[in-house]
Write a protein that binds this ligand. Structure first.
Ligand SMILES: *Cc1c(COP(=O)(O)O)cnc(C)c1O
Length: 386
């Protein structure tokens, strides 16, 4: 690739936007006395875990959160030394390496506590199930779970540092499930205290609850999607001024005239009603473009919104240029901040029948990802494959 030619298909991540969002969310959390955790699992929702983690730390995030031990180790390998929680492992996973590197871990069974006691020196967050029926100890198991945690701590075999849970419907702030979960979590906290577990960092809120439910901020909030500038519940929860960090663009691989009656892409799902011009976008479901957005999504070409026509293929899809002669090589913006009229990840989510989380997290494949810093001029840029 010649340096003067922009990539065929690229993901640009603006780390200044990440820092802005982290500061904004941390400030909202601080309003209720809570600390902020930037959730950077799943390669930072497709934005690049190491770069986003660094930006979040620069913006003052005291905590980072990931799902797997491998993600936590990758952050330590990259030089991160701050508070870091990893919450998803399975029986038999060796947590010794993450514990040895000062990573906090989660447990929801007596067996997991016993395994961590053998490891020695673990900082443990106890996870309780308050209604999601995903991870976490169910209410009936709390007495034994808390008792074992307290006794292992008393024996010096591990340190119990946190109590946490996850919300079912934080994107529906009026749902009664939120009230119920908050109460169950408070019950768990009271029972943990009664079991002699004190000074725990309590955390329940994700992005939607950070923005809509201050009563569940407790000591720490876990912000994922909002860190990336995307609204967790568009149209339901007010956006406090988040800036989307990801822009996805490419160049038209071809542009040509087609005739009335010509069908476009596999199965001819769309047939031209009149003569028109079409452009070929060189990215497909092999790169995370959702096939379910076929014939529905829009992109921006030469400043104008252009509708996708026909099916998304593995490597490419076709857009309608409405009879205009737009040359091959012209820039195509698939989605971005929306500030310049381009579609957003939310627009793609609606076209694909999914949530914005899935759009940004799955985009990748052969796109070249590039990190930029709109606060720092054209300076430091890094390039890699996602
Ligand atoms: C992914 C995740 C989050 C972040 O959720 P958002 O809705 O993206 O803010 C928080 N907590 C847990 C346990 C998660 O798995």
């Amino acid at each position: 690739m010649s340096p003067s030619v922009p990539p065929r298909a690229e993901i640009e991540v603006d780390l200044a936007a990440v820092r802005h969002n982290v500061r904004l969310l941390a400030q909202i959390a601080a309003g209720t006395g809570a600390a902020f955790m930037a959730v950077v699992k799943a390669d930072a929702y497709g934005h690049g875990m190491v770069e986003v983690a660094r930006a979040a730390r620069e913006a003052g995030a005291p905590w980072l959160g990931v799902a797997t031990p491998e993600e936590a180790l990758a952050l330590r390998e990259a030089g991160d030394t701050g508070r870091l929680l990893c919450w998803l492992s399975a029986p038999g996973d060796d947590l010794a390496p993450v514990v040895a590197r000062g990573v906090d871990v989660s447990a929801y069974t007596v067996e997991a506590l016993d395994a961590l006691a053998v490891t020695g020196g673990a900082r443990v967050h106890l996870k309780v199930d308050t209604g999601l029926s995903r991870g976490g100890a169910v209410r009936d198991d709390w007495p034994a779970f808390f008792a074992r945690a307290a006794s292992l701590q008393a024996e010096g075999q591990l340190q119990v540092v946190g109590l946490w849970s996850h919300l079912v419907a934080s994107d529906e702030p009026d749902s009664a499930v939120n009230d119920a979960q908050e109460q169950v979590f408070r019950d768990a906290a009271a029972m943990a205290t009664a079991a002699g577990l004190t000074g725990l960092v309590k955390h329940l809120a994700n992005s939607a609850a950070i923005l809509s439910r201050p009563s569940v901020h407790f000591d720490l909030v876990r912000g994922g999607i909002a860190t990336y500038g995307l609204a967790p519940a568009p149209g339901v929860i007010a956006d406090p001024g988040l800036v989307p960090a990801m822009t996805v663009r490419g160049r038209l691989a071809m542009s040509k005239q087609i005739r009335a009656g010509d069908g476009v892409s596999y199965g001819h799902q769309w047939v031209a009603a009149h003569d028109t011009t079409v452009g070929l976008v060189p990215a497909g479901y092999g790169d995370g473009i959702p096939r379910s957005a076929s014939n529905r999504a829009e992109v921006q070409v030469a400043g104008a919104r252009r509708p996708m026509r026909g099916k998304v293929c593995m490597d490419q899809f076709v857009v309608d240029l409405d009879g205009e002669a737009v040359p091959a090589g012209t820039e195509v913006v698939l989605f971005g901040t929306g500030a310049h009229g381009e579609p957003t990840a939310q627009d793609w989510a609606e076209a694909a029948g999914t949530i914005n989380y899935e759009i940004v997290t799955r985009i990748g494949g052969r796109f070249v990802r590039r990190h930029v810093d709109s606060d720092a001029g054209a300076g430091a840029r890094t390039e890699e494959q996602p």
